[in-house]
Ligand binder design. Structure first.
Ligand SMILES: N[C@@H](CCC(=O)N[C@@H](CS)C(=O)NCC(=O)O)C(=O)O
Length: 234
């Protein structure tokens, strides 16, 4: 059964941009995007929480030809599924054809969407999102050190060998890792030239350009007048 419609709930440059990029890779512009204004707290309104009790983006709705709708709430799962749904795009090694390459690809996909993401989220929470009184500079510093000493060398070692995170070919894992690298650079990490080189390679892709065309709308600081610091639960 084919999917008739994809609808992405999105906010520029956040984790939903990973999925927007991937959707552009596989569908060009043939999907719907609904912007959820995170700084206005729209994600905490009842109708959005009914869709996503975790009150965050991305949310991906997929509607099949019979009108059945499946909702996904995890960016890593969305990117992985889209790569598998469009094998002709060759964005993921197939488990039966290249089991070792598939293992490495899944490893990097999950490393990006869980382990690395968890560290970046702590930085974001303790620098910009929590109410000032709840921010802990020791937590921020500890995760900065962890990222610098443990994560960056792993990424660097890969990118010194090949242009993409899993080797010579772009894969869907790059949608997660490159987004994380940009996120990390916003917090002063991933400053080595190899990361700039990596981003300059992936950012030449039309899917990337479309996915991040709205990125300038994102600001790291919560704007004056926003209640997000009071609403955020992490
Ligand atoms: N596990 C989720 C996390 C999504 C997430 O936390 N999104 C952030 C933006 S990067 C968000 O919408 N936060 C709003 C909030 O919690 O108020 C995923 O990766 O899909």
């Amino acid at each position: 059964m084919t999917i008739e419609k994809f609808k992405l709930y999105h906010y520029p440059a956040t984790r939903s941009a990973r999925v927007k990029w991937m959707l552009h890779e596989v569908l060009e512009d043939d999907f719907e995007v609904k912007v959820v204004d995170l700084y206005q707290g729209v994600q905490y309104q009842d109708d959005f929480v009914a869709k996503n009790p975790n009150h965050n983006v991305p949310v991906l709705e997929m509607i099949d030809a019979d009108g059945n709708c499946q909702t996904m709430l995890e960016s890593g799962a969305m990117v992985a599924l889209l790569a598998d749904m469009f094998p002709q795009k060759q964005l993921a090694p197939l488990a039966d054809e290249q089991p070792l390459a598939r293992a490495d690809y899944l490893h990097m996909m999950y490393f990006g969407a869980s382990w690395m993401d968890m560290i970046l989220w702590q930085l974001r929470m303790h620098k910009h999102l929590l109410p000032e009184a709840d921010r802990d500079s020791k937590t921020f510093d500890r995760y900065t050190d962890k990222f610098t000493n443990e994560i960056e060398p792993q990424l660097k070692a890969r990118l010194e060998k090949a242009p993409y995170i899993c080797g010579e070919k772009f894969t869907a894992a790059d949608c997660i890792i490159a987004h994380n690298v940009m996120w990390a650079r916003g917090y002063g990490l991933c400053q080595d030239g190899i990361f700039g080189q990596y981003l300059s390679v992936v950012s030449k892709r039309p899917g990337f350009m479309r996915g991040f065309a709205d990125a300038k709308q994102f600001q790291l600081e919560v704007p004056e007048g926003s209640d997000l610091n009071k609403l955020v639960t992490g």
